[in-house]
Unconditional design. Structure first.
Length: 95
């Protein structure tokens, strides 16, 4: 189950620079929209990527794939974030 508040608190505690986008952002502006994940855009500086990795490391981030498929190998580290642009993750706090 998605825990938006817990995810945002983890990012805030590690001083990750990010903005909330997508359905959660729309809801905060009064839109009646159901969303099943927290979408963020994060600053891509080396320091911020390190903070993001640290923030989510204890939440077991994995690539989000179809339920009937086996998990894909995935390394949650700064190098992975530097080499990619978009990640659809699931964590212990939800997608």
């Amino acid at each position: 189950m998605l825990s938006i508040r817990a995810l945002l608190e983890v990012l805030h505690e590690e001083h990750v620079a990010f903005v909330v986008v997508g359905g959660v952002a729309a809801i905060t502006h009064g839109m009646n929209y159901v969303t099943f994940g927290l979408d963020i855009c994060y600053e891509r500086s080396a320091e911020n990527l390190s903070r993001l990795v640290q923030a989510l490391d204890g939440l077991a981030p994995q690539l989000r794939i179809a339920d009937d498929l086996p998990p894909l190998p995935f390394f949650w580290d700064v190098k992975t974030l530097q080499n990619g642009l978009n990640f659809t993750l699931v964590t212990d706090y939800g997608p």
